[in-house]
Design a binder for this molecule. Sequence first.
Ligand code: SF4
Length: 444
Amino acid sequence: MENAARSRTALVESLMERYPHVPREAVFKEDLLRGGVAFDDSALSGGDDGDVKPKSYFIFSFDHRTLPELGAAALNRPPEEIVLTGGPYDLRRTVVSVRLNPTSPYRVRAGEDGSLGLYLEGVRISDVGVPPMPEYYRHKLSNGKSVMEVAPTIQWGYLIYLTVFRVCQYFGHKEECQYCDINHNWRQHKAAGRPYTGVKPSDEIIEALDIINRYDTAQTSQAYTLTGGAITSKVGGKDEADFYGSYAKVIEERYPGRWIGKVVAQALPKDDVKRFKDYGVQIYHPNFEVWDKRLFELYCPGKERYVGREEWHRRILDSAEIFGPENVIPNFVAGVEMAAPSGFETVDAAIASTKEGLDFFMSHGIVPRFTTWCPEPTTPLGKENPNGAPLEYHIQLLDTYRSALERHGLSSPPGYGPPGPGNAVFSVSSFMDSLTTEDAPARA
Ligand code: SF4
Protein backbone atom coordinates (compact mmCIF):
# COMPACT_ATOMS: atom_id res chain seq x y z
CA MET A 1 0.00 0.00 0.00
CA GLU A 2 1.25 3.50 -0.80
CA ASN A 3 2.56 5.43 2.21
CA ALA A 4 0.18 8.29 1.44
CA ALA A 5 -2.75 5.94 1.97
CA ARG A 6 -1.49 4.63 5.29
CA SER A 7 -3.18 7.29 7.36
CA ARG A 8 -3.92 5.10 10.39
CA THR A 9 -0.28 4.05 10.58
CA ALA A 10 0.74 7.70 10.43
CA LEU A 11 -1.68 8.54 13.25
CA VAL A 12 -0.39 5.71 15.43
CA GLU A 13 3.24 6.64 14.83
CA SER A 14 2.67 10.33 15.49
CA LEU A 15 1.00 9.51 18.82
CA MET A 16 3.88 7.23 19.79
CA GLU A 17 6.20 10.13 19.17
CA ARG A 18 4.10 12.71 21.00
CA TYR A 19 3.42 10.51 24.05
CA PRO A 20 6.75 8.81 24.74
CA HIS A 21 5.62 7.89 28.29
CA VAL A 22 2.92 5.64 26.90
CA PRO A 23 4.31 2.27 25.82
CA ARG A 24 3.89 1.75 22.09
CA GLU A 25 2.22 -1.60 22.86
CA ALA A 26 -0.60 0.33 24.54
CA VAL A 27 -1.07 2.57 21.50
CA PHE A 28 -1.80 -0.43 19.30
CA LYS A 29 -3.88 -2.09 21.98
CA GLU A 30 -6.12 0.94 22.47
CA ASP A 31 -6.55 1.33 18.72
CA LEU A 32 -7.57 -2.34 18.41
CA LEU A 33 -9.97 -2.08 21.34
CA ARG A 34 -11.67 1.10 20.20
CA GLY A 35 -11.88 0.20 16.50
CA GLY A 36 -11.81 -3.60 16.38
CA VAL A 37 -9.94 -6.05 14.22
CA ALA A 38 -10.79 -8.14 11.17
CA PHE A 39 -9.95 -11.81 10.88
CA ASP A 40 -9.23 -13.81 7.79
CA ASP A 41 -11.26 -17.01 7.81
CA SER A 42 -8.02 -18.95 8.22
CA ALA A 43 -7.38 -17.15 11.52
CA LEU A 44 -10.72 -18.00 13.14
CA SER A 45 -10.69 -20.32 16.10
CA GLY A 46 -12.17 -23.48 14.58
CA GLY A 47 -15.25 -23.16 16.74
CA ASP A 48 -16.05 -24.78 20.04
CA ASP A 49 -14.14 -27.98 19.31
CA GLY A 50 -10.96 -26.55 17.79
CA ASP A 51 -7.50 -26.05 19.25
CA VAL A 52 -7.95 -22.35 19.94
CA LYS A 53 -9.90 -20.84 22.82
CA PRO A 54 -12.93 -19.17 21.21
CA LYS A 55 -14.53 -15.83 22.00
CA SER A 56 -17.11 -16.53 24.70
CA TYR A 57 -19.24 -13.36 24.57
CA PHE A 58 -18.85 -13.22 28.32
CA ILE A 59 -21.21 -10.26 28.95
CA PHE A 60 -21.52 -7.70 26.15
CA SER A 61 -20.95 -8.48 22.49
CA PHE A 62 -17.83 -6.29 22.27
CA ASP A 63 -18.15 -6.44 18.48
CA HIS A 64 -18.66 -3.75 15.84
CA ARG A 65 -21.26 -5.80 14.00
CA THR A 66 -24.16 -8.01 15.02
CA LEU A 67 -23.76 -11.78 14.76
CA PRO A 68 -25.82 -12.07 11.54
CA GLU A 69 -23.63 -9.36 9.96
CA LEU A 70 -20.44 -11.15 10.97
CA GLY A 71 -21.16 -14.23 8.88
CA ALA A 72 -18.37 -16.79 9.17
CA ALA A 73 -17.14 -15.32 12.41
CA ALA A 74 -20.54 -15.96 13.93
CA LEU A 75 -20.36 -19.63 13.04
CA ASN A 76 -16.65 -20.20 13.44
CA ARG A 77 -15.58 -18.00 16.29
CA PRO A 78 -12.49 -15.83 16.56
CA PRO A 79 -10.19 -16.35 19.54
CA GLU A 80 -11.12 -14.79 22.89
CA GLU A 81 -7.89 -12.79 22.86
CA ILE A 82 -4.74 -12.39 20.86
CA VAL A 83 -1.23 -11.72 22.06
CA LEU A 84 1.03 -9.39 20.09
CA THR A 85 4.81 -9.70 20.08
CA GLY A 86 7.83 -8.56 18.06
CA GLY A 87 7.51 -7.08 14.57
CA PRO A 88 8.98 -3.78 13.36
CA TYR A 89 7.89 -2.01 16.58
CA ASP A 90 9.52 -4.73 18.70
CA LEU A 91 6.40 -5.16 20.81
CA ARG A 92 6.59 -6.76 24.19
CA ARG A 93 3.92 -9.38 24.97
CA THR A 94 0.53 -7.62 24.80
CA VAL A 95 -2.78 -9.35 25.45
CA VAL A 96 -5.72 -7.84 23.58
CA SER A 97 -9.39 -8.77 23.81
CA VAL A 98 -10.88 -9.53 20.38
CA ARG A 99 -13.53 -7.10 19.12
CA LEU A 100 -14.61 -7.93 15.61
CA ASN A 101 -14.84 -5.31 12.92
CA PRO A 102 -14.67 -6.59 9.33
CA THR A 103 -13.79 -3.12 8.02
CA SER A 104 -10.98 -2.41 10.47
CA PRO A 105 -7.57 -1.49 8.98
CA TYR A 106 -6.15 -4.08 11.39
CA ARG A 107 -6.36 -7.67 10.17
CA VAL A 108 -5.15 -10.96 11.61
CA ARG A 109 -4.05 -13.43 8.97
CA ALA A 110 -1.46 -16.04 8.21
CA GLY A 111 1.69 -14.82 6.47
CA GLU A 112 3.58 -16.62 3.72
CA ASP A 113 5.28 -18.90 6.24
CA GLY A 114 1.89 -19.75 7.75
CA SER A 115 2.45 -17.93 11.04
CA LEU A 116 -0.28 -15.54 12.20
CA GLY A 117 0.46 -11.85 12.09
CA LEU A 118 -1.31 -8.57 12.73
CA TYR A 119 -1.42 -6.35 9.64
CA LEU A 120 -2.16 -2.65 9.70
CA GLU A 121 -3.10 -1.23 6.32
CA GLY A 122 -1.51 -4.25 4.71
CA VAL A 123 1.82 -4.13 6.56
CA ARG A 124 2.73 -6.77 9.14
CA ILE A 125 3.22 -5.02 12.48
CA SER A 126 3.54 -7.94 14.90
CA ASP A 127 3.38 -11.66 15.42
CA VAL A 128 0.09 -12.94 16.78
CA GLY A 129 -0.36 -15.69 19.33
CA VAL A 130 -3.73 -17.21 20.09
CA PRO A 131 -4.81 -18.82 23.36
CA PRO A 132 -4.80 -22.62 23.27
CA MET A 133 -8.10 -24.31 24.06
CA PRO A 134 -7.89 -24.87 27.82
CA GLU A 135 -8.37 -28.45 28.92
CA TYR A 136 -11.29 -27.39 31.14
CA TYR A 137 -13.23 -26.16 28.08
CA ARG A 138 -13.17 -29.70 26.69
CA HIS A 139 -15.27 -31.09 29.55
CA LYS A 140 -19.00 -30.62 29.88
CA LEU A 141 -21.24 -30.25 32.89
CA SER A 142 -23.49 -33.22 33.69
CA ASN A 143 -26.40 -31.44 32.00
CA GLY A 144 -24.37 -31.07 28.80
CA LYS A 145 -23.60 -27.33 29.14
CA SER A 146 -20.11 -26.17 28.30
CA VAL A 147 -17.72 -24.61 30.79
CA MET A 148 -17.27 -21.76 28.29
CA GLU A 149 -20.96 -20.92 28.58
CA VAL A 150 -21.18 -21.20 32.38
CA ALA A 151 -17.76 -20.00 33.54
CA PRO A 152 -15.64 -18.57 30.70
CA THR A 153 -12.16 -17.36 31.46
CA ILE A 154 -10.58 -14.22 30.04
CA GLN A 155 -7.35 -12.27 30.54
CA TRP A 156 -5.32 -15.21 29.28
CA GLY A 157 -7.01 -17.50 31.81
CA TYR A 158 -6.45 -15.25 34.84
CA LEU A 159 -10.10 -14.29 35.43
CA ILE A 160 -13.19 -16.51 35.55
CA TYR A 161 -16.02 -14.31 34.32
CA LEU A 162 -19.32 -15.26 35.90
CA THR A 163 -22.13 -13.29 34.28
CA VAL A 164 -24.75 -14.99 36.40
CA PHE A 165 -27.59 -12.72 35.23
CA ARG A 166 -27.40 -12.24 31.47
CA VAL A 167 -29.90 -9.39 31.21
CA CYS A 168 -30.44 -6.05 32.91
CA GLN A 169 -33.57 -4.84 34.62
CA TYR A 170 -32.89 -1.40 33.24
CA PHE A 171 -34.74 -2.12 30.04
CA GLY A 172 -35.37 -0.10 26.89
CA HIS A 173 -33.87 3.17 25.75
CA LYS A 174 -35.28 5.16 28.66
CA GLU A 175 -33.40 3.05 31.20
CA GLU A 176 -30.53 1.13 29.61
CA CYS A 177 -27.12 2.74 29.68
CA GLN A 178 -26.65 4.21 26.23
CA TYR A 179 -23.40 2.36 25.49
CA CYS A 180 -24.47 -1.07 26.80
CA ASP A 181 -25.67 -4.00 24.68
CA ILE A 182 -26.17 -6.61 27.42
CA ASN A 183 -29.85 -7.06 26.60
CA HIS A 184 -29.25 -7.07 22.87
CA ASN A 185 -26.41 -9.56 23.22
CA TRP A 186 -28.74 -11.89 25.11
CA ARG A 187 -31.36 -11.58 22.38
CA GLN A 188 -28.91 -12.16 19.52
CA HIS A 189 -27.46 -15.29 21.09
CA LYS A 190 -30.93 -16.66 21.68
CA ALA A 191 -31.87 -15.85 18.08
CA ALA A 192 -28.75 -17.63 16.81
CA GLY A 193 -29.75 -20.72 18.80
CA ARG A 194 -26.66 -20.53 20.98
CA PRO A 195 -26.81 -21.74 24.57
CA TYR A 196 -27.06 -18.62 26.69
CA THR A 197 -28.42 -19.04 30.21
CA GLY A 198 -30.36 -16.00 31.52
CA VAL A 199 -29.88 -16.80 35.21
CA LYS A 200 -27.11 -19.26 35.95
CA PRO A 201 -27.97 -21.72 38.72
CA SER A 202 -25.30 -21.79 41.44
CA ASP A 203 -24.90 -25.57 41.21
CA GLU A 204 -23.91 -25.14 37.56
CA ILE A 205 -21.35 -22.53 38.58
CA ILE A 206 -19.90 -24.87 41.18
CA GLU A 207 -19.77 -27.76 38.74
CA ALA A 208 -17.96 -25.58 36.18
CA LEU A 209 -15.52 -24.38 38.85
CA ASP A 210 -14.89 -27.99 39.87
CA ILE A 211 -13.85 -28.70 36.29
CA ILE A 212 -11.68 -25.58 36.08
CA ASN A 213 -10.06 -26.34 39.41
CA ARG A 214 -9.34 -29.93 38.38
CA TYR A 215 -7.73 -29.11 35.04
CA ASP A 216 -6.15 -25.71 35.72
CA THR A 217 -3.20 -27.43 37.33
CA ALA A 218 -0.92 -24.43 36.76
CA GLN A 219 -3.43 -22.31 38.73
CA THR A 220 -3.50 -19.68 36.00
CA SER A 221 -6.99 -18.69 37.12
CA GLN A 222 -6.55 -16.36 40.07
CA ALA A 223 -9.82 -14.47 40.39
CA TYR A 224 -13.49 -14.64 39.58
CA THR A 225 -15.92 -11.85 38.85
CA LEU A 226 -19.62 -12.13 39.66
CA THR A 227 -21.67 -9.81 37.56
CA GLY A 228 -24.62 -9.25 35.27
CA GLY A 229 -27.36 -6.74 34.81
CA ALA A 230 -28.66 -4.38 37.44
CA ILE A 231 -31.43 -5.72 39.68
CA THR A 232 -33.96 -3.08 40.55
CA SER A 233 -36.56 -5.45 41.97
CA LYS A 234 -35.75 -9.09 42.62
CA VAL A 235 -34.42 -12.15 40.82
CA GLY A 236 -35.40 -15.52 42.26
CA GLY A 237 -36.78 -13.69 45.30
CA LYS A 238 -33.44 -12.00 46.00
CA ASP A 239 -32.38 -8.37 45.84
CA GLU A 240 -29.13 -7.42 44.12
CA ALA A 241 -26.85 -7.88 47.14
CA ASP A 242 -28.32 -11.27 48.07
CA PHE A 243 -28.53 -12.45 44.47
CA TYR A 244 -24.89 -11.81 43.53
CA GLY A 245 -23.60 -12.35 47.08
CA SER A 246 -25.16 -15.81 47.38
CA TYR A 247 -22.94 -17.07 44.55
CA ALA A 248 -19.86 -15.83 46.40
CA LYS A 249 -21.10 -17.67 49.48
CA VAL A 250 -21.35 -21.05 47.76
CA ILE A 251 -18.05 -20.57 45.96
CA GLU A 252 -16.22 -19.56 49.12
CA GLU A 253 -17.76 -22.45 51.08
CA ARG A 254 -16.47 -24.91 48.53
CA TYR A 255 -13.19 -23.21 47.63
CA PRO A 256 -12.23 -20.87 50.47
CA GLY A 257 -9.70 -18.35 49.19
CA ARG A 258 -8.89 -20.35 46.03
CA TRP A 259 -9.68 -17.30 43.89
CA ILE A 260 -9.95 -13.57 44.58
CA GLY A 261 -13.71 -12.98 44.63
CA LYS A 262 -14.97 -9.81 42.96
CA VAL A 263 -18.42 -8.47 42.32
CA VAL A 264 -19.48 -5.86 39.76
CA ALA A 265 -22.80 -4.44 40.90
CA GLN A 266 -24.58 -1.15 41.36
CA ALA A 267 -23.44 1.32 44.01
CA LEU A 268 -25.61 -0.05 46.79
CA PRO A 269 -26.42 1.29 50.26
CA LYS A 270 -23.93 0.48 52.99
CA ASP A 271 -25.92 -2.38 54.55
CA ASP A 272 -26.14 -4.15 51.20
CA VAL A 273 -22.43 -3.64 50.58
CA LYS A 274 -21.75 -5.16 53.98
CA ARG A 275 -23.67 -8.24 52.90
CA PHE A 276 -21.34 -8.63 49.92
CA LYS A 277 -18.41 -8.61 52.31
CA ASP A 278 -20.11 -11.10 54.63
CA TYR A 279 -20.73 -13.43 51.71
CA GLY A 280 -16.98 -13.56 51.04
CA VAL A 281 -16.51 -11.01 48.25
CA GLN A 282 -13.04 -9.38 48.43
CA ILE A 283 -13.27 -6.67 45.75
CA TYR A 284 -16.24 -4.47 44.93
CA HIS A 285 -16.71 -2.72 41.58
CA PRO A 286 -19.49 -0.11 41.86
CA ASN A 287 -18.89 1.36 38.42
CA PHE A 288 -19.31 5.11 37.97
CA GLU A 289 -19.39 4.78 34.14
CA VAL A 290 -18.75 8.41 33.17
CA TRP A 291 -17.73 11.27 35.43
CA ASP A 292 -19.40 14.33 33.91
CA LYS A 293 -22.74 15.10 35.56
CA ARG A 294 -24.66 15.98 32.41
CA LEU A 295 -23.34 12.96 30.54
CA PHE A 296 -24.06 10.57 33.41
CA GLU A 297 -27.66 11.79 33.46
CA LEU A 298 -27.95 11.34 29.70
CA TYR A 299 -26.06 8.08 29.34
CA CYS A 300 -27.21 6.25 32.45
CA PRO A 301 -30.88 7.24 32.69
CA GLY A 302 -31.88 4.20 34.77
CA LYS A 303 -29.14 4.73 37.32
CA GLU A 304 -29.85 8.43 37.46
CA ARG A 305 -33.55 7.83 38.05
CA TYR A 306 -33.24 5.02 40.60
CA VAL A 307 -30.18 6.22 42.50
CA GLY A 308 -28.82 9.53 41.15
CA ARG A 309 -25.24 10.49 40.47
CA GLU A 310 -24.42 12.19 43.79
CA GLU A 311 -25.86 9.34 45.81
CA TRP A 312 -24.02 6.88 43.55
CA HIS A 313 -20.71 8.59 44.35
CA ARG A 314 -21.50 8.84 48.06
CA ARG A 315 -22.17 5.11 48.15
CA ILE A 316 -18.85 4.40 46.44
CA LEU A 317 -17.04 6.35 49.15
CA ASP A 318 -19.10 4.64 51.87
CA SER A 319 -18.22 1.22 50.55
CA ALA A 320 -14.54 1.99 51.16
CA GLU A 321 -15.33 1.89 54.89
CA ILE A 322 -16.45 -1.70 54.48
CA PHE A 323 -14.03 -3.10 51.93
CA GLY A 324 -11.07 -0.77 52.48
CA PRO A 325 -10.43 1.83 49.79
CA GLU A 326 -7.93 -0.37 47.96
CA ASN A 327 -10.62 -3.01 47.39
CA VAL A 328 -13.20 -0.65 45.91
CA ILE A 329 -12.45 -0.33 42.20
CA PRO A 330 -15.12 1.53 40.23
CA ASN A 331 -14.96 1.24 36.46
CA PHE A 332 -15.66 3.85 33.83
CA VAL A 333 -16.23 3.40 30.12
CA ALA A 334 -13.34 5.29 28.57
CA GLY A 335 -14.33 7.21 25.48
CA VAL A 336 -18.06 7.72 25.88
CA GLU A 337 -17.30 11.25 27.11
CA MET A 338 -16.54 12.07 23.48
CA ALA A 339 -19.60 10.48 21.90
CA ALA A 340 -21.67 12.73 19.63
CA PRO A 341 -24.00 14.48 19.86
CA SER A 342 -23.76 15.32 23.57
CA GLY A 343 -20.19 14.50 24.52
CA PHE A 344 -17.13 16.73 24.77
CA GLU A 345 -15.93 18.01 21.45
CA THR A 346 -12.24 18.16 22.25
CA VAL A 347 -9.88 15.61 23.70
CA ASP A 348 -8.59 18.16 26.21
CA ALA A 349 -12.06 18.88 27.59
CA ALA A 350 -12.90 15.17 27.87
CA ILE A 351 -9.63 14.41 29.63
CA ALA A 352 -10.04 17.37 32.00
CA SER A 353 -13.43 16.03 33.07
CA THR A 354 -12.22 12.47 33.53
CA LYS A 355 -9.16 13.67 35.43
CA GLU A 356 -11.47 15.45 37.86
CA GLY A 357 -13.20 12.10 38.50
CA LEU A 358 -9.89 10.29 38.97
CA ASP A 359 -8.75 12.92 41.47
CA PHE A 360 -12.07 12.73 43.32
CA PHE A 361 -11.80 8.99 43.91
CA MET A 362 -8.04 8.78 44.28
CA SER A 363 -8.04 11.51 46.91
CA HIS A 364 -10.07 9.02 48.98
CA GLY A 365 -7.61 6.20 48.25
CA ILE A 366 -9.95 4.59 45.71
CA VAL A 367 -8.34 3.59 42.41
CA PRO A 368 -10.79 3.51 39.50
CA ARG A 369 -10.06 1.52 36.39
CA PHE A 370 -11.49 1.68 32.91
CA THR A 371 -12.51 -0.41 29.95
CA THR A 372 -12.06 1.00 26.46
CA TRP A 373 -15.40 1.84 24.91
CA CYS A 374 -16.45 -0.48 22.08
CA PRO A 375 -19.17 1.29 20.07
CA GLU A 376 -21.48 -1.69 19.62
CA PRO A 377 -23.86 -1.07 16.72
CA THR A 378 -27.11 -1.77 18.53
CA THR A 379 -26.52 0.82 21.25
CA PRO A 380 -27.60 4.45 20.84
CA LEU A 381 -24.06 5.78 21.30
CA GLY A 382 -22.52 3.10 19.09
CA LYS A 383 -24.98 3.81 16.30
CA GLU A 384 -24.11 7.51 16.31
CA ASN A 385 -20.38 6.95 16.74
CA PRO A 386 -19.28 3.83 14.86
CA ASN A 387 -15.63 4.88 15.11
CA GLY A 388 -15.68 5.36 18.87
CA ALA A 389 -13.54 8.04 20.49
CA PRO A 390 -10.38 9.49 18.89
CA LEU A 391 -7.25 7.44 19.52
CA GLU A 392 -5.57 10.51 20.99
CA TYR A 393 -8.17 10.59 23.78
CA HIS A 394 -7.26 7.03 24.79
CA ILE A 395 -3.54 7.74 24.73
CA GLN A 396 -3.87 10.92 26.75
CA LEU A 397 -6.03 9.05 29.23
CA LEU A 398 -3.31 6.46 29.83
CA ASP A 399 -0.85 9.26 30.52
CA THR A 400 -3.33 11.07 32.76
CA TYR A 401 -4.20 7.92 34.68
CA ARG A 402 -0.59 7.04 35.37
CA SER A 403 0.23 10.56 36.54
CA ALA A 404 -2.87 10.62 38.78
CA LEU A 405 -1.76 7.40 40.47
CA GLU A 406 1.69 8.88 41.06
CA ARG A 407 0.28 12.19 42.29
CA HIS A 408 -1.87 10.41 44.86
CA GLY A 409 0.86 7.95 45.88
CA LEU A 410 -1.23 4.95 44.79
CA SER A 411 -0.37 1.82 42.86
CA SER A 412 -2.18 -0.54 40.51
CA PRO A 413 -5.37 -2.06 41.93
CA PRO A 414 -5.41 -5.66 43.22
CA GLY A 415 -6.99 -8.50 41.26
CA TYR A 416 -5.70 -7.54 37.81
CA GLY A 417 -2.57 -9.63 37.59
CA PRO A 418 0.85 -8.11 37.04
CA PRO A 419 1.25 -4.52 35.77
CA GLY A 420 3.59 -3.11 33.17
CA PRO A 421 4.25 -3.51 29.47
CA GLY A 422 5.09 -7.11 28.62
CA ASN A 423 3.52 -8.33 31.87
CA ALA A 424 -0.13 -7.25 31.88
CA VAL A 425 -2.99 -9.66 31.14
CA PHE A 426 -5.93 -7.28 31.57
CA SER A 427 -7.32 -7.34 28.07
CA VAL A 428 -10.11 -4.75 27.71
CA SER A 429 -8.01 -1.64 28.24
CA SER A 430 -4.29 -1.01 28.47
CA PHE A 431 -4.27 0.76 31.81
CA MET A 432 -2.27 -2.14 33.30
CA ASP A 433 0.13 -2.21 30.32
CA SER A 434 0.89 1.47 30.81
CA LEU A 435 2.01 1.46 34.41
CA THR A 436 5.73 1.71 34.95
CA THR A 437 7.28 -1.21 36.76
CA GLU A 438 10.81 -2.22 37.46
CA ASP A 439 10.36 -5.73 36.17
CA ALA A 440 8.88 -4.88 32.76
CA PRO A 441 10.81 -6.99 30.27
CA ALA A 442 13.25 -5.10 28.05
CA ARG A 443 12.69 -5.01 24.33
CA ALA A 444 14.53 -7.70 22.42
S1 SF4 B 1 -26.72 -1.09 34.49
FE1 SF4 B 1 -26.27 -0.17 32.50
S2 SF4 B 1 -24.17 -0.94 32.00
FE2 SF4 B 1 -25.02 -2.25 33.62
S3 SF4 B 1 -25.94 -3.95 32.53
FE3 SF4 B 1 -27.58 -2.45 32.93
S4 SF4 B 1 -27.67 -1.19 31.09
FE4 SF4 B 1 -25.71 -2.32 31.05
